[in-house]
Write a protein that binds this ligand. Structure first.
Ligand SMILES: Nc1nc2c(c(=O)[nH]1)N=C([C@H](O)[C@@H](O)CO)CN2
Length: 117
């Protein structure tokens, strides 16, 4: 299967468990991989047959900034469900990094893979 991907998509949003995290935005970086068959897009040279990474990026930013949650896990499950429901992909892997969360670490985060049922 082919893959369309988005690397290091930057989103500024309210997220976190602790009270101080609910007062100011933090940076998140998303890496997203979506399995899809690119043959129709390649043969037609038509964006309407492609899994549009720009539209996926817009949707991820829209959702991730819409309603605060505490855990990265919660946000990733929501985003995976949205991508599988709204875009032509059979499997999505999303990794989110929260670089300011642990000062002693370069970054921390969570990665999930979900398949369309
Ligand atoms: N597995 C997780 N661990 C932690 C999370 C999280 O979302 N998933 N969040 C926090 C805090 O919000 C942290 O980012 C603040 O230091 C801690 N651990």
């Amino acid at each position: 299967m082919d893959k369309v991907y988005i690397s290091q998509l930057h989103v500024e949003t309210i997220i976190g468990v602790y009270d101080f995290e609910k007062e100011s935005k933090q940076s998140l970086y998303f890496d997203i991989e979506m399995l899809t068959d690119i043959s129709a897009a390649a043969q037609s040279d038509d964006i309407n047959f492609a899994l549009d990474y720009a539209k996926v990026s817009e949707r991820v930013i829209e959702h991730a900034t819409a309603k605060p949650v505490e855990l990265l896990e919660t946000l990733l499950e929501q985003l995976a469900a949205i991508i599988l429901a709204e875009f032509n992909t059979q499997q999505v892997t999303i990794k989110v990094s929260k670089p300011a969360a642990v000062p002693a670490a370069k970054t921390v985060g969570v990665e999930i893979t979900r398949v369309k049922s």
